[in-house]
Design a binder for this molecule. Structure first.
Ligand code: TUI
Length: 308
C-alpha cells in the first residue's frame, strides 16, 4: 500500500508504533521497522545517553528507518533533541506539548518532524512551523491524552491542514485502520497492540492485563490537575481517583505514581503500578510478532478498502 506517509518516510506499510515510555525500546522499535512499519524509540523521561544507546542498538538489528518520540515534558528534552541531530534520526515524533523551539534544528538536520496534536489549532500551528505531517491522537489512546475522540479529531485535522495526517487512538486492527483512512488519514499509529507483541520487553503480567481487558476497563487519572492519563483500572487508580475526588493536592497524588509505570512495565506490578493502555485493549486477544501484527492489519485493511 502506497500513501503520502509511506512515500515521506520510505516505509512499506503505513503503520507507526507509538513512542510508549519504557515499552518502546530498541527491540520493539527495530522489530516494527524490520516488518515494514515505522518503529519508534520512546525517549519519555529517559536521559539523552540512554536514547543514544537505544538508537545505536536498534540500528544493529535493522537498516530500515527508525524514529524517536520526544516527550516534551521530560527534563531531558533539550539534550535528547540534540542527540537526535547528532545521530541523524530520520523521523522525530513529539508528544505532550508544542515542539516549536526544536523545529528549526531538526529540520535543518534533515529529519522529518511529526508532532502529536490533540486539537485542530495545534495541527495548524505545527504545519505553519514546518511539520512534515501530524499525528491526530484521540482520547481513546493510552497514556497522556487530549479530549477529542479520534472519530471527531481526524476529519477536522484533515480539513485544516495540507500535510499528511496519521490517526491514533482506538486503532487496534484492520477495521480501525480502514475506518481511519475513511476519515482522511494517510497512516495509523498503534500503541496498545504493540505492547503485547512478542518482541515487546513489557512484563508478562502487564501483557496479560491487556489481553484480559474488557471494553470499559480503563480509567483516566489526573483530570483535576490537567495531566490526564489513561490506564487500566487497578488498586492504584481506585485510590488515586478517590483522593482526586476529595480534592487532595497534586503533590500528594503524585506520590502514588512515582516510578509506577516502570514498576508495572519492568517489574510486573500491575496492582499498584501504572498500566497505561488505550480503550482498544478489550479487542486485543493474542500475543503476536510485529511482523504478524503488521501483516494481519494490512491484510484486513486492504480487503476493506478495496473498491472504495
Ligand atoms: O504524549 C503522549 N502520551 C503519553 S506521554 C506519557 S509520559 C507522561 N508522564 C507524565 C506526565 C505526562 C506524560 C504517557 N503517555 N501522547 C501524545 C499526546 N500529546 N497526547 C496528547 C498530546 C498533546 C496534548 C496537548 C500534545 C500537545 C498539547 O498541547 C500543547 C500546547 O502547548 O498547546
Amino acid at each position: 500500500m502506497k500513501t503520502k506517509i509511506t512515500e515521506l518516510l520510505q516505509i512499506d506499510a503505513p503503520i507507526i508504533q507509538g513512542g510508549m515510555a519504557w515499552v518502546a525500546e530498541h527491540h520493539l522499535a527495530a522489530a516494527v521497522s524490520a516488518a515494514g512499519g515505522l518503529g519508534i524509540i520512546g525517549a519519555a523521561n529517559a536521559p539523552a545517553d540512554w536514547v543514544r544507546g537505544e538508537i545505536r542498538m536498534a540500528r544493529e538489528i535493522t537498516s530500515n528507518p527508525i524514529g524517536v518520540n520526544v516527550m516534551l515534558l521530560s527534563p531531558y528534552a533539550d539534550e535528547v533533541a540534540q542527540v537526535l541531530v547528532d545521530e541523524k534520526v530520520p523521523v522525530i515524533t513529539t508528544g505532550a506539548g508544542n515542539p516549536g523551539k526544536y523545529m528549526e534544528m531538526w529540520k535543518s538536520a534533515g529529519s522529518k518532524v511529526i508532532p502529536v496534536v490533540a486539537s485542530v489549532a495545534l495541527a495548524r500551528m505545527m504545519e505553519r512551523g514546518g511539520a512534515d505531517a501530524v499525528i491526530a491522537e484521540g482520547t481513546e489512546s493510552g497514556g497522556h491524552i487530549g479530549s477529542a475522540t479520534t472519530m471527531t479529531l481526524v476529519p477536522q485535522v484533515r480539513d485544516a491542514v495540507q500535510v499528511p495526517v496519521i490517526a491514533a487512538g482506538g486503532i487496534g486492527d484492520g477495521r480501525g485502520m480502514a475506518a481511519a483512512f475513511m476519515l482522511g488519514a494517510d497512516a495509523v499509529q498503534l500503541g496498545t497492540r504493540f505492547v503485547v507483541a512478542k518482541e515487546s520487553i513489557c512484563h508478562g503480567n502487564y501483557k496479560e492485563r491487556i489481553l484480559k481487558a474488557k471494553d470499559i476497563d480503563s480509567a483516566v487519572t489526573g483530570r483535576s490537575h490537567g495531566h490526564p492519563i489513561r490506564q487500566l483500572r487497578n488498586q492504584m487508580t481506585k485510590e488515586y481517583l478517590k483522593k482526586e475526588q476529595e480534592g487532595v493536592p497534586f503533590e500528594e497524588l503524585e506520590l502514588l505514581t512515582v516510578g509506577a509505570l516502570r514498576n508495572a512495565v519492568i517489574d510486573g506490578d500491575v496492582k499498584n503500578g501504572t498500566v497505561m493502555a488505550g480503550q482498544i485493549a478489550g479487542l486485543i486477544k493474542k500475543e503476536q510478532t510485529c511482523q504478524e501484527i503488521i501483516e494481519e492489519i494490512m491484510r484486513e485493511a486492504t480487503a476493506l478498502l478495496q473498491g472504495v
